[in-house]
Design a protein around this ligand. Structure first.
Ligand code: ZN
Ligand code: ZN
Ligand code: ZN
Length: 156
């Protein structure tokens, strides 16, 4: 659905240095350290678990809400609301205020930028992992070659 809260909620830099290391799909909840179903807040880039784990992403949204009785403060806080978050594995965006998935984007296309950044992080983590494995493989073939040379050398 179209979410009207994006402009007031999505305000992180898409290449935020605040993001954790490693692939987004393995990020841990900052509260319970679970890495099942991580969601990143598009306001402050903190990572929390989804509602099928311990629901800390929702808790994060609820904690950020200003009590209605505090009018002065709520005016100020109106600009920053932690209502929109993104699934770190499927990159779908969810708004807790709308209580639904979000299909639209900010004027600057920030949601898509964050999505692409997460995808890049995921891919580079994957490539790094593959690179490591290939290196290991290369080393072991090198070792077995050396071994053969040694055996051969001994025979001669
Ligand atoms: Zn919304
Ligand atoms: Zn959690
Ligand atoms: Zn937040």
């Amino acid at each position: 659905m179209e979410c009207p809260h994006l402009s007031s909620s999505v305000c992180i830099a898409p290449d935020s240095a605040k993001f954790p290391n490693g692939s987004p799909s393995s990020w841990c909840c900052s509260v319970c350290r679970s890495n099942k179903s991580p969601w990143v807040c598009l306001t402050c880039s903190s990572v929390h678990c989804g509602r099928y784990v311990n629901g800390h992403a929702k808790k994060h949204y609820e904690d950020a809400q200003v009590p209605l009785t505090n009018h002065k403060k709520s005016e100020k806080q109106d600009k920053v609301q932690h209502t929109v978050c993104m699934d770190c594995s499927s990159y779908s965006t969810y708004c807790y205020r709308c209580d639904d998935f979000v299909v639209n984007d900010t004027k600057l296309g920030l949601v898509q930028k964050v999505r692409e950044h997460l995808q890049n992080l995921e891919n580079s983590a994957f490539t790094a992992d593959r690179h490591k494995k290939r290196k290991l493989l290369e080393n072991s073939t090198l070792n077995s070659k050396l071994l053969k040379v040694n055996v051969f050398g001994r025979r001669v």
